[in-house]
Design a protein around this ligand. Sequence first.
Ligand SMILES: Cc1cc2nc3c(=O)[nH]c(=O)nc-3n(C[C@H](O)[C@H](O)[C@H](O)COP(=O)(O)OP(=O)(O)OC[C@H]3O[C@@H](n4cnc5c(N)ncnc54)[C@H](O)[C@@H]3O)c2cc1C
Ligand code: SF4
Ligand code: SF4
Length: 412
Amino acid sequence: MPESVAPKAKSLQRVLGANCCSGCGLCASISESGIEMTMTADGFLRPRQIAPVSTQVDRLIADVCPGMKLTQTSREGDDHPLWGPIVSLRIGASTDQALRHHASSGGVLSALLQYLLKSGVVDYVVQTAASDQAPLENVTVDSRSHDEVFRAAGSRYSPSAPLENLDHFLEQPGRFALVAKPCDIAAARALARHDPRVDEKIPLMLSFFCAGIPSLGGAQAILDRLGVKPNDVNAFRYRGDGWPGRATASLKNGEERSVSYAVSWGEILSKRVQFRCKICPDGSGGFADIACADAWHCDENGYPLFEEDDGRSLIVSRTGRGEDYVSSAILAGAIAAEPFQINEIANMQPSQARRKRLVLSRLLAMRLLGRKVPRYQGLHIGLAARAASAGSHLRSFVGMMKRLGIWRRSHN
Ligand SMILES: Cc1cc2nc3c(=O)[nH]c(=O)nc-3n(C[C@H](O)[C@H](O)[C@H](O)COP(=O)(O)OP(=O)(O)OC[C@H]3O[C@@H](n4cnc5c(N)ncnc54)[C@H](O)[C@@H]3O)c2cc1C
Ligand code: SF4
Ligand code: SF4
């Protein structure tokens, strides 16, 4: 009796129909070549079914896809309604000044990765880096040396699908650290419930606070602002080489053109973030072992300043295992860090705090319009919502109704 197949995987139709795919790539990895990731016309990485998949695979995708379902079951540390599980909290930076300068904030993620490689905890690192062929775009790389990790440092504000080839890495000999967006890490954790290789092969999962993935059109709009044609670009950095650092296009003629972070993120990229990110309840990487963020300095009103300075990372150990590696990296002198208070994170990360508080009203608007909504468990969206005013909820509810009205019209 042949195994039943799904010529059109229901799991994909559901998540794509709700516009809730975050582009992690896990469905492609577990699809036995039935699904591939492609760049869509609107500049996002999305799955495309190219062959039937078994109903078993379809069911697995439905269970692990982070677009429609997130289930936080961690019991480690204190579980904060806004910031998720926290074992310890610090502010710090890489002690390697070149890395600190080159990386996104304080270079702590890369310093930890180099420490994990050097101490033999992992054989390699699966992470995101600039594509050599298309400098605005990203590729998933397996970094095996100090220098390869250095080269991949820095935030890339464009689509990435770090789990697209996860199955391939799980089949290879050796253990690896996975660095990925919070939703990617949540997907990898969900897969661990079905596939024991995930826990065997990945001793550490690292993430960062994530405000959302902008479309590739965002990077193209930066080039327009710089008066640069895509074909003239040799390399492109979204930030880094300073904190926050400038979005910089290095041209084939040797010239460099750049814009500030306030312009690149504030005026261009943040306006082009994919829909799923608007209702993200875990932008702070609660499923990771360690999550880092920008430890912005704030003005007298508590609002973050984006002036150039020496980089600083907020370092959140979310599991005991994560904390063991952060403290041993400090002891080994790879990073320098000081303790930090949980009630100060909201000042440093006002957009993250605001989004978490308003997720519930946005989901209610979706439901009222008959849209499918993701199921979030253990993420305290109800508790977080209590901290927002009725006026903020009303504005976010109305904003979502308007956004969905526009989306529905443009897709009919
Ligand atoms: C899309 C996006 C949104 C972000 N939003 C916020 C935010 O709201 N608040 C905040 O404080 N910080 C945010 N950051 C994170 C922040 O920019 C820094 O990455 C973080 O402070 C860690 O800095 P670091 O110097 O320790 O990292 P680095 O040492 O520079 O290492 C960065 C790591 O991130 C990986 N990476 C880079 N881009 C991507 C990508 N697109 N997908 C997957 N992995 C990637 C790299 O491979 C590298 O391992 C965001 C980053 C990204 C990519
Ligand atoms: S969120 Fe990930 S698993 Fe879900 S459909 Fe998109 S790429 Fe596939
Ligand atoms: S904001 Fe949330 S859903 Fe969007 S890419 Fe980041 S972690 Fe994923």
